[in-house]
Write a protein that binds this ligand. Structure first.
Ligand SMILES: *Cc1c(COP(=O)(O)O)cnc(C)c1O
Length: 376
């Protein structure tokens, strides 16, 4: 059989391996040779390199989900007896982890108001190990003064960690703003397909990166090579998808703002947002994810809106190709200082569908929400 020589594939090969064979007995315990696949294969290396480039980081550790990336980073950076400051607008499962799990390790959590800025200095204690940010906040989109919080924390020798999922490495570069560690739930924008879980932990300094990598390795975190390949593929089109969703979302947010069935639109790129100036200063784009409060204030208004939607799916998450909507009352009720809103909060995640189809769907939803509260 004659064989032609082959060119190289564009992408790294997807190896599936637990055991990695070596050539001789001496190599079995050679610290410079990887002998087990849990620590990652060629596709994981390629994905880590892509994230490092995207965020301008020194190191990247992968985790099996965005939530595990956050919990791994927190545990790696705080020790027994430590005090951790967490923004009250953080992703609800991260807040639940801090409340329920950290006490088992002797770590205490204090939730701080997201708009605290440099005044976080007054909350830093000798035993404070970590300040956790998320900007804009999950569901309510408070923009934090990231540079001020990073500067004050660094001056006190306290590490900063941000959940940067909304920014996707496109809208902001938190490490360049002084944050030590940034986490992405790559499940969302990086993947773009709503069919895979993955998290990435990015460190500005190699030292934090090594500490997190050591911790993740010791805990046995492993990411499937197929999942890593899916996310690597997603990253190739991330800037185009993110930009398209941003454009559609801003157009729909502005349109919603002009509707009498809507009391408030919460989108940091709109002039009406209380933190718009901070967003202008620290961001170059926005995610296609925002919220609004219907003018109808009864409890059923959000449900009437959601039940009338046909193009938007009802479901959690964002960053995929498909538009999604949820109401957010339970997550907000769980907060230490829930924001004051005039009615129920609805979050929209804008996908890649045509803008006019989404607008027509929202219009039908608004009509239903404004309708007779008794009629469901
Ligand atoms: C979805 C999300 C996470 C969790 O990511 P998973 O991959 O679903 O575990 C963490 N933080 C934010 C802000 C998110 O939106």
């Amino acid at each position: 059989m004659t064989r032609r020589r082959r060119g190289r594939p564009v992408n790294p090969p997807i190896e599936r391996a637990s055991t990695l064979l070596v050539d001789d007995a001496a190599a079995l315990y050679d610290p410079d040779i990887e002998t087990y696949g849990r620590g990652g294969l060629a596709v994981h290396d390629a994905l880590r390199e892509a994230f490092v480039t995207l965020e301008g980081a020194a190191a990247c550790t992968l985790a099996p989900s965005g939530l595990s990336a956050m919990t791994t980073a927190i545990l790696a950076l705080a020790q027994g007896g430590a005090h951790v400051l967490v923004t009250d607008c953080a992703y609800a499962p991260v807040r639940a982890f801090c409340r329920r799990v950290l006490p088992q390790f002797g770590i205490s959590t204090e939730f701080y108001p997201p708009r605290i800025g440099g005044e976080i200095a007054a909350r830093l204690r000798p035993e404070t190990a970590l300040v956790v940010l998320e900007s804009p906040g999950s569901l309510t989109f408070e923009v934090q003064d990231t540079p001020a919080i990073a500067r004050v924390s660094a001056a006190a020798g306290v590490t900063t960690l941000v959940d940067a999922t909304w920014t996707a490495g496109i809208a902001q570069r938190p490490l360049a703003l002084g944050v030590d560690v940034a986490v992405h739930a790559a499940t969302k924008f990086a993947s773009g397909g709503s069919d895979v879980f993955l998290g990435a932990i990015l460190s500005r300094e190699a030292e934090h990166g090594a500490r997190i990598a050591r911790f993740a390795r010791a805990c046995g975190l492993a990411v499937s090579p197929d999942d890593a390949a899916q996310v690597l593929r997603g990253l190739r089109s991330l800037p185009l998808r993110y930009t398209a969703q941003d454009r559609t979302a801003r157009a729909l947010a502005r349109w919603l703002e002009g509707r009498e069935e809507v009391a408030q639109v919460i989108h940091p790129a709109l002039e009406s947002h209380p933190d718009h100036a901070l967003w202008l200063r620290d961001f170059t784009a926005a995610a296609g994810v925002f919220a609004f409060v219907p003018a109808a204030t009864d409890d059923g208004a959000a449900a009437r809106f959601l039940d009338a939607l046909k193009v938007f799916g009802l479901g959690f998450s964002y960053g995929g190709f498909e538009s999604l909507a949820v109401h957010a009352a339970p997550q907000i009720k769980g907060r230490e200082q829930p924001p004051a809103l005039s009615g129920p909060l609805v979050r929209l995640a804008i996908g890649l569908e045509p803008e006019d189809a989404l607008r027509a769907d929202l219009e039908a939803g608004l009509e239903a929400a404004a309708g007779d509260p008794g009629r469901t």
